[in-house]
Design a binder for this molecule. Structure first.
Ligand code: AHM
Ligand code: MG
Length: 283
């Protein structure tokens, strides 16, 4: 597993270099969710694929930017599901973006996630790594080295609110719940990039990140294997919670297709319990 984490560090430096030096325009291709790809999406995907080709314990790769499953080492043990450059449309306005990795052993479902990692490309490069043992570990790059900053823990209750999705298309119960958090003094912290938005809540003690089902996207926008399930492990290992709109743990989801999405809610204990009440979910 350490080989995989070391490979992710190498990938972080290469993608960061690409963000800083490459063309930010469109590539004239679409990904399998029908979204136009940026040249940076394609380049980042290539960097990740090339890096893991060399790692014999990795059996297969599943990318947000590709339709199918790419088998790379017959005798490998792990499948890595990744979003090479999440929030890439924010690169041209110079906001933070990220890469997300879910490391699965066996079939592609939540309970088979054994570890996850994400990289934040901001003023600095940061890396967070979680396994099923212990708190997530937070690293910051200095030159080519990644220095351990420490373990990350969520407080029981936070202060930040990151509400995703188009508000016009929220259900009235979701709108009332979000309004109620603001009325209780929660502060809006939302950039439109799930990596920096979830990272901020993790590092500032807690709060809520939500991307609900909406009238235009009943199953939400965020993808289970590459985005949602990897972050669910981060939040649970940090002492928080991560559920869908039925109160099911995101780590128990079983996608039918690699690109399936889900409504998702990540937060400290207090906000997720309040959300369950607002959504009428039994405890
Ligand atoms: P992407 O993988 O195509 O970059 O989309 C994922 C991003 C998330 O980072 C963010 O939370 C969400 O899309 C915001 O989407 P929208 O602005 O469409 O609500
Ligand atoms: Mg993404």
């Amino acid at each position: 597993m350490q080989t995989i984490f070391n490979t992710i560090k190498t990938i972080a430096l290469k993608i960061d270099h690409a963000i800083k030096t490459e063309d930010l325009g469109y590539s004239n291709t679409e990904n399998s969710s029908g979204e136009e790809q940026l040249k940076l999406d394609v380049k980042s995907d290539y960097i990740v694929e090339q890096a893991f080709m060399e790692v014999s314990i990795v059996k297969a790769l599943v990318s947000e930017e590709k339709e199918g499953i790419l088998e790379i080492n017959k005798n490998g043990k792990y499948t890595i599901c990744y979003d090479p450059l999440d929030g890439s449309s924010l690169a041209d306005v110079n906001l933070s973006v990220g890469s997300i990795f879910g490391i699965y052993e066996g079939g592609l479902k939540g309970e088979n996630l054994v570890a996850s990692a994400y990289i934040v490309y901001g003023p600095r490069i940061e890396l967070m790594v979680a396994t099923k043992k212990g708190k997530p570990l937070h690293y910051r790059a200095q030159g080519e080295e990644f220095n351990l900053i420490g373990e990350v823990s969520l407080d029981q209750k936070g202060k930040l609110n990151a509400p995703g999705g188009t508000q016009q298309n929220w259900s009235s119960s979701h709108k009332n719940f979000i309004d109620d958090l603001f009325a209780k003094g929660y502060r809006l912290r939302y950039s439109g990039g799930m990596v920096p938005d979830l990272h901020q809540i993790l590092l500032k003690g807690g709060g809520l990140f939500s991307y609900p089902g909406t009238s235009d996207k009943p199953e939400g926008k965020l993808r289970q294997l590459f985005e949602v399930i990897p972050f669910a492990l981060m939040y649970e290992q940090a002492g928080g919670k991560a559920i869908n709109s039925n109160g099911v743990r995101l780590l128990e989801l079983i996608p039918e297709h690699p690109h399936d999405t889900t409504p998702c809610f990540f937060g400290s204990d207090y906000e997720i319990e309040a959300l369950k009440k607002a959504y009428g979910v039994k405890a």
